[in-house]
Design a protein around this ligand. Structure first.
Ligand SMILES: [Zn+2]
Length: 74
């Protein structure tokens, strides 16, 4: 599986995808994976990425590849 993925027509790295979901800087991001779910808004494919917005927090973020929908497991 390639490290970079296309989200809303743009190539994203794990780090840039995490920042897109968080809408802020993140410290670390892991590999982008296919989430086993569909976007509730448009039915598109959802990808997930684990990341650390700060040294004390680990979050799994979800992002639709087709629309603006995003979510975290907070
Ligand atoms: Zn969507």
């Amino acid at each position: 599986m390639p490290a970079n993925r296309v989200v809303q027509g743009r190539m994203v790295t794990p780090h840039s995808l995490a920042e897109l979901i968080e809408d802020d800087d993140v410290m670390e991001a892991e590999t982008i994976e296919d989430a086993d779910r569909e976007c509730p808004d448009c039915g598109g494919d959802v990808v997930s990425v684990g990341y650390m917005p700060s040294v004390t927090e680990y979050v799994t973020g979800y992002k639709c590849q087709e629309c603006d929908w995003r979510e975290t497991d907070r």
